[in-house]
Design a protein around this ligand. Structure first.
Ligand SMILES: [Zn+2]
Length: 359
């Protein structure tokens, strides 16, 4: 019996159901707005705006998006975003999508959501960057009003778009700091687009005391994580899946408590790991790294945070207590001010204490 199998067997008596995990307080720190739409909303907007999607029925469109997500390549995975972005070019549609994401995340047991997007990708019909920002902010405020969720925005620079654009997006982040925006990110294709090319944008972010995260170690190796930490001063790493290939860097990340934003299903879909069974989350957790569990893209990877925790529980054999630890590490890793974070962690600990998860 393998180590994973024996762990799974020993946890059998304490198996959590989907509903039990859903009821636990959780956060989602890595969630792309343009990857987390509702399929019926995509169709509704497409019909309203006269946009041609590859399928105009729910089942057909879901199939197209799922097929796109499972091509084992980050570059191919990212092509599905051409479809979602085609229906995210008008303010009211963007606001509606942001509100619905809050509702979906709240139903998933998410108490705190950091949602990321790149405003530059919503300008096909001439919206200004500020109009895109206001639309998302309005949508999130409405979502917060309808539910009990708290949200924060992370603005994304894109690796494959000119570094000067990342600087403009960093300036936007500086302007909206404390007004709904909590951080900055670098997303997009890792191969051929090194993070350090965008150092100027991150210098501006750093000089304005804004937290940042960088997608790294997903499609490219640990060198990409090294650049994210040392050239861009990333406070968190988006994915970091291939960190295990460099032991020295692994220890640096651990010693400095740099959180990894793990997204299990997405890593399989883009081909970073061969299967869920071999995902390094279990090893990272056992080694002591600060790991968090997130969706990446609720629609494109057809998942929820609950589902991702269920995978960690059932496939990687993490126990109830271990899931509780990851929940806490998630809330500790938010880009909220320390006092807010501390208060939130306190409320989460209370809620977990009331549940049957032992600490
Ligand atoms: Zn991502």
């Amino acid at each position: 019996m393998s180590e994973t199998q024996s762990k799974k067997a020993s946890n059998k008596s304490e198996t959590l159901t989907y509903e039990e995990i859903q009821a636990l307080p959780k956060c989602d720190l890595h969630c792309h707005l343009d990857g987390s739409l509702r399929v019926p909303t995509m169709i509704e907007i497409a019909k309203k705006r006269g946009i041609e999607l590859p399928a105009m029925d729910e089942e057909g469109l879901q199939k197209v998006l799922e097929a796109g997500a499972r091509r084992n390549s980050l570059a191919d995975y990212l092509r599905s975003f051409d479809l979602t972005l085609s229906v995210m070019q008008d303010e009211e549609d963007i606001a509606q999508i942001a509100t619905e994401l809050c509702e979906d995340a709240w139903a998933d047991g998410i108490w705190y959501l950091e949602v990321r997007f790149s405003p530059i990708l919503h300008q096909d019909k001439g919206l200004k960057l500020t109009q895109v920002m206001e639309a998302v902010l309005q949508g999130l405020r409405e979502g917060e009003r309808r539910t009990g969720i708290k949200t924060g925005i992370i603005i994304c620079g894109i690796r494959s778009i000119e570094p000067s654009v990342s600087v403009r997006l960093a300036e936007l982040t500086v302007a909206y700091k404390g007004r709904g925006v909590v951080g900055f990110d670098l997303a997009g294709r890792e191969d051929h687009y090194p993070a350090k090319d965008h150092a100027e944008a991150f210098y501006l972010i750093r000089s304005n005391n804004i937290p940042c995260t960088v997608h790294a170690g997903e499609a490219w190796g640990p060198g990409s994580i090294k650049q994210a930490i040392h050239d861009l001063s990333a406070h968190r790493i988006g994915h970091g899946t291939r960190l295990k290939e460099d032991g020295d860097l692994l220890n640096y990340v651990n010693d400095n408590r740099i959180p990894l934003e793990c997204c299990l299903s997405s890593n399989v879909h883009v081909g970073t790991v061969e299967s869920l069974e071999v995902h390094p989350l279990r090893f990272y957790f056992d080694y002591g790294l600060r790991v968090t569990i997130n969706t990446d893209n609720r629609l494109i990877s057809a998942t929820t945070v609950t589902r991702e925790y269920q995978i960690a529980h059932e496939v990687l054999g993490l126990s109830r207590r271990e899931l509780g630890s990851i929940i806490i590490m998630g809330f500790k890793s938010t880009f909220l001010p320390y006092a807010d974070r501390k208060a939130l962690v306190g409320r989460v600990l209370d809620a977990l204490g009331r549940s049957k998860i032992p600490f």
